[in-house]
Design a binder for this molecule. Structure first.
Ligand code: 2AM
Ligand code: CA
Ligand code: CA
Ligand code: CA
Length: 262
């Protein structure tokens, strides 16, 4: 199946996911703690992942699935075709705010991201990434030539966003944020990436999981972001490591900063 057709399927499934979430909003969300009171899961996280699994297996019986809630095949490698699924990204936002949460789907073939979708479960906003073709906001092609303008910005001209980082820890990221226009913590890795792709922020840092980064890496390729760990080394999507994502100029400024602190 062509990537465009796969993208269409993804959007159809994400719309169904939103309908299910909307229908469940007034019901008991069945909130449970995973590792801590800040790390929650609801019945809908599992339900949506099972739904995606069913649809993926129906259309792509040979593909494997890696999902946050463990309803897939929990692929250990990226050989062949692998779907990486985050049914609800920003679960804590979902539970406490009923806003600022998305669903994310990505399909990789032999380690290379082909198609990725970030879909707002609250807003219905979609950001689709089609490798080698383009990125689409609500179906409209993003003007990626605009990116060269954004790429000129330096650290002190952009907002920085981050997730799940020890802000007062060894890496002194709070100090780093003082070299930027300001720090934003959205509580949703998918939204961090949307903001970066739309030029609303200029730097994004995290230390998260494959399903948090899978679509981001496809978008980064299209938008021209540099993505590495905090030492400037290439990422392994399956590892949990520090991730630094920005246009090359800012990326280099941040690397220089981090190197000067160690
Ligand atoms: P999640 O909602 O899918 O778990 C919140 O800071 C952001 O970090 C969200 O994108 C959240 O994804 C992600 N995250 C990943 N692991 C987390 C954890 N153990 N606790 C809280 N947020 C986590
Ligand atoms: Ca989670
Ligand atoms: Ca999740
Ligand atoms: Ca997530």
């Amino acid at each position: 199946m062509e990537n465009k057709a796969i993208a269409k399927l993804m959007v159809t499934w994400a719309k169904e996911a939103k309908a299910r979430v909307d229908a469940g909003l007034d019901q008991d969300l069945g909130v449970q703690e995973k590792t801590s009171s800040r790390d929650l899961v609801t019945v809908l996280d599992g339900e949506l992942e099972r739904f995606y699994r069913q649809e993926i297996k129906k259309h792509f019986p040979n593909d494997r699935i890696l999902g946050e809630e463990g309803q897939g095949d929990q692929a250990q490698s990226l050989e062949g075709a692998v779907w990486i699924v985050d049914p609800i990204d920003g679960t804590l936002n979902f539970v406490k705010q009923r806003a600022h949460y998305v669903t994310m789907l990505a399909r990789y073939v032999d380690g290379i991201g082909q198609v990725g979708l970030i879909y707002g479960l609250d807003t219905g906003q979609s950001l689709l990434a089609l490798a080698k073709e383009g990125a689409y906001l609500n179906g409209q092609a993003l003007d990626l030539s605009r990116q060269s303008e954004l790429a000129e910005a330096s650290l002190d001209q952009v907002l920085m966003s981050t997730e799940a980082l020890p802000l007062d820890g060894d890496l002194e990221l709070y100090q780093l944020s003082k070299s930027t226009l300001g720090l934003r913590i959205f509580g949703c890795a998918g939204l961090d990436v949307v903001h970066l792709a739309l030029g609303r922020t200029g730097l994004y840092l995290n230390q998260l999981y494959p399903w948090d980064n899978a679509v981001a890496l496809i978008l980064a390729d299209l938008c021209g972001f540099k993505v590495t760990d905090f030492k400037g080394q290439p990422l392994n999507l399956l590892d949990r490591q520090y991730v630094l994502m920005a246009y090359p100029k800012i990326h280099q400024q941040v690397l220089n900063y981090l190197r000067s602190r160690t």
